[in-house]
Design a binder for this molecule. Sequence first.
Ligand SMILES: [Zn+2]
Length: 359
Amino acid sequence: MDDVNASVGGYLRDLAFAQASRQKSFGYKRAAAAIYGLDVPVTDLIAADGTLQKIPGIGPGSTRIIREVLTLGESPTVEQAIEISERRADIRRRRELRRHFLSRAEVLRVLRDPALTGPALPEYRGDLQMHSEWSDGSPTVGEIAAACEARGYEYAAVTDHSHGLPIAGGMSMAAAAEQRRAIERVNASCGGRFRLLHGVEANIAADGHLDLTAEEAAQFEIVLAAPHSVLRKTYDQTDRLLTAIRNPAVRILAHPRGRITGSRAGVVADWDAVFAACAETGTAIEIDGDPARQDLDYTLASRALAAGCLFALDSDAHTTGQLTYAETAVAHARLAAIPAARIVNCWPLDRLLSWLILR
Ligand SMILES: [Zn+2]
């Protein structure tokens, strides 16, 4: 078992959905989240006498599942609960939608593994997707700059949602102009040590068009484009993504599938055609490090690498605490063996800026 915490967390999620009682379901969901978020594999928490160390959020029912998985490699208790549950078809569907997600402990192991040839954490110079109080995030742009600088970044992009996504607090163009001035004030106070870029996460409509005109997109220093709707359909949406990629304003195709762990698979597309178009236009493919997204994951990312794509590794943070999500993206890039030279966040600021302007 490569990622024991992902395996245990998955069983606990299954068990949560098999509960008739909402309270019990909530308890197992909380336990699953605690296991996914642990810094160490649960195998490290077994004492010499065989007892499991106390893990916050884990009760006796969940401890029993952990023990089963550790000794048998599976959980008969959970399998039985699924078998008698009215929701068994839904639980099996959700199980399929957890493939290639890494637990936090596995992310940390991958970051330390010297056998992997992808980017090392110190090569990562800045995060290019995050949200502030100007859309659906909580921090101010000043708080973002301070937190990114404290993480050792040389630059970062604030990429709030554009006006076509009111559900996520999308900014009007007037608000975006005001935000630009706030970012300029932050940059002036950073005195050249750190540079905050004014970006935007544009929304890709079902027909592939952005919610920004070319003139509006030109107001930002970096434009990410991402799908936020029609993410549960099973028909092919290659043309939707190709239209967005061919839009000259778009530099990064963000969370390309729009998948959410255990919930939805996201856009169905001919990914090799998508990657070929990204390589041809110089559009970077994002590895979104939000633990619930992990989009692209390392399996698709290695196909994008073979196609000749550039990559952006981003946190998609909505709080400054979530900036650590960038580490999940770096871990997938390491598993896919992406050279740092192909990752725009590993470039010095000058090179990043010329890539943003040239096209
Ligand atoms: Zn998004």
